[in-house]
Design a protein around this ligand. Structure first.
Ligand SMILES: C[S@@+](CC[C@H](N)C(=O)[O-])C[C@H]1O[C@@H](n2cnc3c(N)ncnc32)[C@H](O)[C@@H]1O
Length: 212
């Protein structure tokens, strides 16, 4: 990321946490939460980073379906972090860690070529042209992503915003980026359901960085 990069891909939301969320954060954050400098996350198994895990339904489902892969879920909003912590406890998951931070900060801190996949499911679309610069996928972030993906590892984007697909394919020029059929292993997410309810088509994109 370039020095001075301050345009965030998320809105900072105010709001109080309910008692169940507070309890989850107090009890479970020390067990499953990770904080800067984000070291010690690598084990002898694939590590997948999810950008913007929201309320964590899909994260928990993927972790349960594939216990041999470690998932690092990154979400800025405490209510989403708390919800995922509760799901981790409820399902007895041992392969999920949660970071409450800007995903670009977390990505930057990880060792180069350390990730088996990056999942970007229903990123905030920022559909108005004047806000497009806030989209998580932007050239400077794509460069960070590229450096953190291991050999053959991919970015998996799913979105209900066609403008985001076009934007992504443009930002990922020079990658092997293509629209794919919805993969069966990707669980339905909360925001995907909202998109479907509103009649919007869903697009999945796989992108592998070209190696120079
Ligand atoms: C539209 S929601 C989608 C949530 C979930 N992936 C789903 O499909 O239901 C986007 C989420 O990304 C989070 N987010 C946006 N920018 C982020 C960033 N830079 N780092 C971490 N989380 C981010 C937001 O807080 C929000 O929860």
């Amino acid at each position: 990321m370039e020095a001075g990069e301050e345009i965030r891909s998320f809105k900072v939301r105010a709001g109080r946490l309910g008692p169940a969320s507070q309890d989850a954060l107090e009890r479970l954050w020390p067990v499953f939460g990770v904080a800067p400098p984000y070291s010690g996350l690598l084990r002898d198994r694939p590590l997948v980073l999810e950008v913007g895990s929201g309320m964590g339904e899909a994260t928990a489902a993927m972790a349960q379906a594939d216990p041999s892969t470690d998932l690092l879920a990154v979400e800025v909003h405490p209510a989403g972090v708390a919800a995922l912590l509760r799901r981790i406890e409820e399902h007895g998951l041992r392969n999920v860690r949660v970071a409450q931070d800007d995903a670009i900060t977390v990505l930057t801190a990880l060792p180069d070529q350390s990730l088996a996949e990056v999942r970007l499911y229903f990123p905030d679309p920022w559909p108005k042209a004047k806000h497009a610069k806030r989209r998580f996928l932007r050239p400077s972030f794509a460069e960070v992503l590229r450096s953190k993906l291991g050999p053959g590892a991919r970015l998996h984007l799913a979105t209900d915003c066609l403008a985001y697909v076009e934007h992504a394919l443009q930002v990922l020029q020079g990658w092997d980026a293509r629209v794919v059929e919805r993969p069966a292993h990707r669980p339905l997410t909360r925001f995907e359901q909202q998109g479907l309810d509103a009649g919007r088509p869903i697009t999945d994109v796989y992108a592998i960085p070209a190696r120079g």
